[in-house]
Design a protein around this ligand. Structure first.
Ligand SMILES: [Cu+2]
Length: 125
């Protein structure tokens, strides 16, 4: 009696597996698919509050009047960034007058989520 009340372990396992596969199939593409599209799609930064990180890269453009710098930077593991080229606002205290496009630089950032400001920058030794 009650033979149908409890599915076999095998049946329950296969049901669970099917549900898992359906769940995986419905997931959107991971953020890595859209890194090339720019900062708005960068993923992995779910932590709250301000983070600081340092990076290295090459200046591709300087916007002195707006105090911004575009850097083709390498990966920054501290904030889970892949290598990419992007424009950063630069803190008012930072002197950009000695830098130029093409310079290889090290820099530090502070900020949160996808909004980071360059706090220091200098030609890499
Ligand atoms: Cu970036």
């Amino acid at each position: 009696m009650h033979a149908f009340a409890k599915p076999s372990r095998l049946l329950r396992f296969s049901l669970w597996t099917s549900a898992l596969l359906v769940g995986l199939a419905l997931q959107p593409f991971p953020p890595s698919q859209s890194y090339a599209q720019g900062m708005s799609n960068m993923g992995g930064m779910s932590s709250k509050g301000t983070a600081t990180a340092s990076g290295i890269g090459t200046i591709t453009a300087l916007n002195a009047s707006n105090h911004k710098v575009t850097i083709d930077h390498g990966p920054i593991p501290a904030i889970k960034w892949p290598a990419m080229k992007m424009e950063f606002p630069v803190a008012p205290s930072v002197d950009l007058s000695k830098l130029k496009a093409g310079d290889r630089v090290t820099f530090t950032l502070s900020g949160s989520n996808n909004s980071y400001t360059v706090q220091s920058i200098g030609v890499a030794k």
